[in-house]
Design a protein around this ligand. Structure first.
Ligand code: HEM
Length: 260
């Protein structure tokens, strides 16, 4: 018999981790499944595509499976907000996506990342020293979360003392459905606006005083004299603070759990 399929219930993930059995059942019985339940009121549902070959096909055919048309988000949002979201790389199709990716690739070359390696090791040592002094630690909040955040601050040239604020903001931004982060109405929009403004200020600093860093490279015009617009840059910064933090924090925490 088919199990109850709900791939997006946060409580289910908290209780039992990822619903591997449901995914396995879907791959075997219903690999393109209409996921109608589980969302908030007015939520439109989505197609859960669970076989590797199908996921690869969807990813490669933007002309059929657009990231821009209704964005990469679950919910439906008003058209003016959709317009703004389409300036973010995650919600673009080619040729805009290809263009923006080319800008971003300049900052993330093996050389630029390689230069960070030693420094990232130092950050790990510093975090471990802190918890060693205390004699005990919560791995998620004291190591898995601050490590990527600290590295991203370094990547973008943000002062390290700002990292706690950026951490709070990135949690508010992605935690809109999490009661722990529902500290006040509109907290999510306010956090987005603050990160956006923070990115703009960083770009301003780098435009005035270019450095040999990723931000400076992102802002530099290409050989045709074209550059990212301010909105594009600020939204990329916002994407980076979210995309680079939550994913890596969960990967490190999950990895440690598996090791235990
Ligand atoms: C374990 C770590 C990570 C996982 C599992 C992960 C996962 C993903 C996935 C699945 C996507 C594609 C979303 C889609 O198809 O629409 C994506 C996109 C993206 N991620 Fe990550 N990510 C990780 C780490 C990072 C880090 C460290 C950064 C930045 C420092 C980052 C920045 C981005 C950006 C900018 C995009 C958009 C790319 C584009 O539209 O071309 N991610 N990530």
């Amino acid at each position: 018999m088919a199990p109850e399929i709900n791939l997006i219930d946060p409580d289910a993930y908290q209780r039992g981790g990822p619903p591997y059995e449901a995914f396995a059942w879907l791959r075997g019985h219903d690999p393109v499944f209409w996921h109608a339940i589980g969302g908030e009121p007015g939520w439109p549902g989505f197609w859960a595509v669970t076989r590797h070959a199908d996921v690869a096909r969807v990813s490669r055919h933007a002309e059929l499976f657009s990231s821009a048309e209704r964005l990469c988000l679950f919910g439906e949002i008003p058209e003016p907000q959709i317009e703004l979201q389409r300036l973010m790389m995650l919600n673009m199709d080619p040729p805009q996506h290809t263009r923006q990716r080319a800008f971003v690739n300049r900052g993330f070359t093996p050389r630029m990342i390689g230069r960070l390696e030693e420094h990232i090791a130092q950050i790990c040592h510093a975090l471990l020293d802190e918890v060693r002094e205390a004699g005990r630690a919560d791995f998620v909040t004291e190591i898995a979360a601050p490590l990527p955040l600290w590295v991203i601050c370094e990547l973008v040239g943000a002062p390290v003392e700002d990292r706690h604020r950026l951490f709070e903001l990135s949690n508010l931004l992605i935690g809109s459905a999490d009661p722990e982060f529902q500290i006040r109405p509109k907290a999510q929009q306010d956090a987005a606006a603050e990160i956006y403004a923070y990115g703009a200020a960083l770009a301003e600093r780098r435009r005035a005083a270019p450095a040999d860093d990723i931000i400076t490279r992102l802002l530099r015009p290409d050989s045709n004299g074209e550059a990212l617009t301010s909105d594009e840059f600020d939204l990329f910064f916002l994407l980076l603070t979210v995309a680079g933090n939550e994913t890596t924090r969960n990967a490190a925490a999950g990895g440690m759990l598996a090791l235990f």
